[in-house]
Design a binder for this molecule. Structure first.
Ligand SMILES: Nc1ncnc2c1ncn2[C@@H]1O[C@H](COP(=O)(O)OP(=O)(O)OP(=O)(O)O)[C@@H](O)[C@H]1O
Length: 628
């Protein structure tokens, strides 16, 4: 992420307005959003497709888990400010602005004045533009936050932006959009280079490599950095592109490149800063292949440390699941993992693979729900050349054969179309695959793990799942418990926080924040927890996480508390005044104070002014809430 060259927010806006005036723009003008070319007509189609896929993988789970009940819209634009993808609902924009949120609309500062997207493109760094900061009156109902996305060579690829129509705390949306764009950058770099090059992940501690704020270096065989993310430059104190590792750190580059995968390594930069590093070699990356997973959040792309102990943080049901699953897989018995969405089914499979005898063979993960039904058979079973219109000339080996000698993980198996189910049954019975359009059968040796968050029995009753396939795949069925029922919630929350925290942040969460997280109902399970924690990490920006750093939606779920504790009891520290909990009037006051405090980003004077109460009362209420 570019730095803002030391300008404060109002200077950034002032400079943008100066540019608009110099370009001859007028406050009252009403330009059209200049709907441009569709994606299919673009010459840079390939690069854009990768950008859109990476943004989808990072943004869609955030939108679902953190923002879906907010009135907000997320836009991805290309480097020229043209909208290429959007998530959310444009109901927040008045009818007259709808066209500005369609694919093809253009937000360049030169034609539409100061706005989050256009100004982020011109300045090269993350910006927020509040209602009246917009140069054109037309846009003054909006609040936009935007962060540029850079490619591995530090070239601007696009901009991610969040638009809201409410005065949300500035730091929330800006922090979130910075986090998302950094995650998109990292995903693009890892996807592009992980199979061909050595990746070095850097951070100040060995326990937070999975944070999106880790630095990433991509090296060639000679130890020259051929690509990096923005964060690597910040950690190393200089732009590492085209420099040899030897010229960036005192540790010999050759030693770094030969370092084994799983053991963290300490590096000293030329400025004498001590960093931790993790090396990922290209061949190891080749063993994992994920298909149809693009719209879901996966573990950070370069995380390869899954093993069973990672799952065992103290819950006996999880431990039993993991133990039994590992035992039956050793005997080649097919395994079904059940559990609500986001409970960690895929994480369990990766850990089982890593701890199995097949760890050096492929793990092929397929999300059956994410492949269009007409492509499932050809994707899974492969096809012979010319098998159907649009087939690749040389044919395709198919995912089942790619998993040969390893593990095939079929996620959301209940969504598999009936025709593919019949074909899969034959593969399991005969241990042979017959590609689409071929009569030849080819032997395969796979261990099958499936997962579902629906009842396969009820699918069978509805005639949507074959019972004979069910008995074939159901050697052992293990159920991962939902997060709300886990007895190791506290350890899991601290573990995920440690994985995602900024190096400057303390190693553990404070008691009020931990308590709020423990008491949440977590309908989205661990995936939602990961999202909430990473948003809070981004918003806190290196400071210890406070309650008001937690995402707006999360806190409003606490505010609306029905069966679960209200913000007062959630945030209350041992020894705080119990009378507040007893009186609804005082409790409302506390809740309002918490809300205002959050919106004022922890500024006591502004909170006091917003509520027309004294600073002392704010302090007193926050103490009662256990916030300060
Ligand atoms: N033990 C764990 N430690 C850290 N993170 C975890 C753990 N278990 C799950 N997660 C995180 O939670 C998220 C969801 O996990 P995962 O994709 O494995 O769930 P799932 O049950 O397969 O979801 P779905 O049903 O939607 O396919 C991921 O971001 C994953 O990294």
């Amino acid at each position: 992420m570019g730095s803002n060259d030391g300008l404060n927010e109002s200077q950034v806006i002032q400079e943008s307005w100066n540019r608009c005036i110099a370009w001859g723009l007028e406050h009252n003008s009403r330009p059209s959003p200049a709907l441009g070319q569709s994606l299919g007509e673009r010459v840079d189609h390939g690069t854009l497709t990768n950008l859109i896929a990476a943004a989808d993988a990072e943004v869609a789970p955030y939108y679902r888990n953190v923002l879906s009940s907010s009135r907000c819209l997320i836009l991805l634009t290309d480097a020229q400010g043209t909208v290429v993808r959007r998530w959310g609902d444009d109901a927040m924009a008045g009818h007259h602005l709808k066209a500005w949120f369609q694919n093809g609309a253009n937000w360049r500062e030169q034609t539409c004045g100061t706005n989050a997207i256009g100004t982020a493109i011109t300045t090269g760094f993350a910006v927020q533009v509040q209602r009246n900061d917009h140069f054109l009156k037309l846009h003054r109902q909006l609040i936009g936050s935007a962060a540029p996305i850079y490619d591995a060579n530090n070239e601007l690829m696009g901009v991610l932006s969040v638009f809201t129509d409410a005065y949300l705390p500035q730091a929330h949306t800006l922090g979130m959009v910075r986090l998302l764009s950094q995650s998109v950058e990292n995903r693009l770099i890892c996807k592009r280079f992980e199979h061909s090059h050595c990746l070095i992940t850097l951070n100040t501690n060995a326990d937070n490599f999975d944070s999106p704020w880790s630095g990433i270096l991509v090296c060639d065989d000679r130890g020259t950095v051929i690509a990096s993310n923005q964060r690597a430059g910040q950690l190393l104190g200089r732009n590492p592109l085209n420099h040899s590792l030897d010229s960036l750190m005192t540790t010999p580059g050759k030693r770094v490149l030969q370092h084994p995968e799983r053991t963290p390594l300490t590096l000293i930069t030329l400025n004498k800063v001590r960093l931790s590093a993790r090396v990922t070699h290209p061949n190891a990356a080749d063993h994992e292949l994920s298909v149809g997973k693009s719209a879901r959040q996966e573990p950070r792309p370069n995380s390869r440390e899954s093993n069973l102990p990672v799952l065992e943080l103290g819950d006996s049901a999880v431990r039993r699941c993991a133990d039994q699953a590992a035992k039956v897989l050793r005997r080649k018995v097919p395994l079904i993992i059940t559990g609500e969405t986001g409970v960690g089914k895929e994480v369990l499979v990766k850990a089982l693979h890593q701890s199995s005898e097949r760890r050096n063979q492929p793990l092929v993960s397929v999300n059956c729900a994410a492949i269009p039904s007409e492509l499932v058979e050809s994707e899974l079973f492969g096809y012979q050349q010319g098998a159907f219109t649009g087939a690749r000339a040389q044919g395709s080996v198919g995912l089942i054969r790619k998993a040969d000698k390893g593990i095939l993980f079929l996620d959301e198996i209940g969504e598999m179309p009936m025709a593919a189910q019949s074909r899969l049954l034959r593969v399991l019975q005969e241990r042979e695959v017959t590609p689409v359009g071929s009569t030849e059968s080819l032997p395969v040796d796979i261990l099958l793990v499936t997962a579902t968050n629906r009842s396969l029995q009820s699918r069978i009753e509805l005639g949507q799942f074959r019972s004979d396939l069910f008995y074939r795949i159901n050697g052992l069925s293990v159920a991962l418990p939902p997060l709300r029922e886990r007895s190791d919630k506290q350890e899991l929350i601290q573990h995920i926080y440690r994985e995602h925290r900024d190096p400057e942040q303390p190693e553990t969460l404070s008691a009020p924040v931990l308590s709020a997280l423990i008491n949440h109902p977590w309908p989205g399970n661990i995936r939602q927890l990961v999202n909430v924690i990473s948003v809070a990490v981004a918003i806190a920006d290196g400071e210890p996480i406070q309650l008001w750093h937690l995402p707006e939606d999360f806190l409003s779920q606490i505010d609306q508390a029905g069966s679960h504790p209200d913000p007062v009891s959630v945030a209350k520290q041992p020894g705080s005044n119990p009378s507040a909990h007893e009186s609804p009037a005082i409790s409302d006051g506390l809740s309002q104070t918490l809300k205002a405090y959050r919106q004022c980003m922890g500024n006591i004077s502004r909170t006091a002014r917003a509520l027309s109460i004294s600073r002392n009362t704010v302090y007193k209420r926050l103490r009662e809430l256990g916030v300060r």
